[in-house]
Design a protein around this ligand. Structure first.
Ligand code: SF4
Length: 381
């Protein structure tokens, strides 16, 4: 579909379902948040709900709330409940089924809390939870136990902890979605973090540039610029999210010198086919986002219908490595349940050894030798 057609689609959606909204209102992220779909009746105006969606919405008592911005709803296929973007945000009955091995805190983040709202798993990195709100709630969210309550969050103890631990060099501002904070509030936080001499890198984890691209205003990027080195870990799920509006928001961030890294959760029926993944990864690079991680879906309660067998994930990776520019190939990782951190899972390329040669296999399954004589006294691997 051409960019022109996609934009026309959105305009038609606005005029039909929000006739009072001008283009300017539609392009205001706060308007988008205020007009989110949050009940079944209003969502049924724009999507033809399946029985599973309707019942899940009527009986919605799950820990994770739901909400969909008008912009993102306009990207969904109104007639197809299996449409990938629809499945990421619209609850279904499948999420009521808890399968063995699932839990509400599979990564055991609770035990890694070192100060209120501060998670520390590594010597040099911490995750700072700044809000529990998101523009939309992903049905597979690892923090579903925490998000959506709108509780006031204090940063002071976390900032004090970071200040007194000089080995911390990298702070990931997370949540919820930190880009839901006002620009002023986010700046206050960045200023405080930048004032800590040992904090070298600050990163923001967000889905907003794709869920509500209008959040990435010139004012926001102008505010972010003085706080380099600054990265943004972008939660990207499907190429349909890379609209002209989303593209423009990513361009603005990239032009401001922000390091953009893509993070994608591998999701059954959403992005677990080669064509979709290749298109997504290429699209991200086109918008100057380096695909960084492809996550195996965490075993969060009620997410079994999203999980893809790891063997399939590996096959998909084999279809990326060597077939896309290295810049476009993410690392496939499992965030180890119980808090073991991200463990890369890679297709086997080391085939063994013959004498002084290492046998290696390329992406086409062809074998090669690499001269790698063993050093005397050193144990062979
Ligand atoms: S945007 Fe992130 S924190 Fe919010 S629901 Fe989605 S995965 Fe969870």
């Amino acid at each position: 579909m051409s960019d022109w057609f996609i934009t026309q689609n959105r305009t038609a959606f606005r005029k039909r379902f929000f006739p009072e909204a001008t283009r300017q209102m539609w392009s205001d992220w706060r308007w988008q948040l205020r007009h989110r779909f949050r009940d079944a009746t209003s969502l049924a105006r724009v999507l033809h709900l399946s029985d599973s969606e309707q019942t899940a919405l009527d009986r919605h008592t799950q820990a994770i709330p739901w909400a969909i911005t008008p912009y993102y709803a306009a990207l969904m296929d109104p007639e197809n409940p299996l449409h990938p973007l629809r499945r990421t945000l619209v609850p279904t009955l499948a999420e009521h089924i808890v399968t063995p091995g699932e839990s509400i805190d599979p990564l055991d983040e609770t035990t890694a809390i070192v100060a209120p709202n501060l998670i520390r798993r590594h010597i040099d990195r911490v995750v700072l939870l700044t809000t529990d709100l998101c523009a939309g709630y992903c049905r597979y969210c690892t923090r579903s136990r925490l998000v959506g309550e709108g509780k006031p969050i204090t940063w002071e103890p976390a900032l004090a902890y970071i200040t007194t631990h000089p080995e911390i060099r990298d702070v990931l501002i997370s949540g919820g979605d930190p880009l839901l904070l006002s620009t002023n509030r986010l700046e206050c936080l960045l200023k405080r973090l930048r004032a800590i001499p040992h904090v070298e890198l600050i990163r923001i984890g967000s889905r907003m540039p794709l869920l509500v691209p209008m959040r990435v205003t010139r004012k926001l990027v102008g505010m972010l610029k003085p706080y380099h080195p600054l990265g943004l870990s972008l939660h990207a799920t499907h190429p349909d999210e890379l609209t002209p509006e989303a593209g423009a928001s990513l361009e603005r961030l990239a032009d401001a010198g922000i390091l953009l890294a893509g993070q994608t959760v591998l999701l059954a029926g959403i992005n677990d086919d080669l064509e979709t993944l290749r298109t997504l990864m290429r699209g991200l690079v086109r918008h100057r986002v380096r695909p960084y991680y492809l996550y195996q879906c965490d075993p969060i309660s009620g997410s079994g219908h999203f999980r893809v067998p790891v063997s399939r994930g590996l096959t998909l990776m084999e279809g990326l490595v060597g077939h896309l520019s290295g810049y476009a190939v993410p690392r496939y990782v499992i965030d180890a349940p119980g808090g073991g951190g991200k463990i890369p899972i890679a297709p086997a390329t080391l085939a063994g050894r013959e004498g002084d040669d290492l046998l290696i296999k390329n992406h086409l399954g062809q074998f090669y030798r690499y001269p790698d004589p063993e050093i005397e006294g050193e144990k062979p691997c």
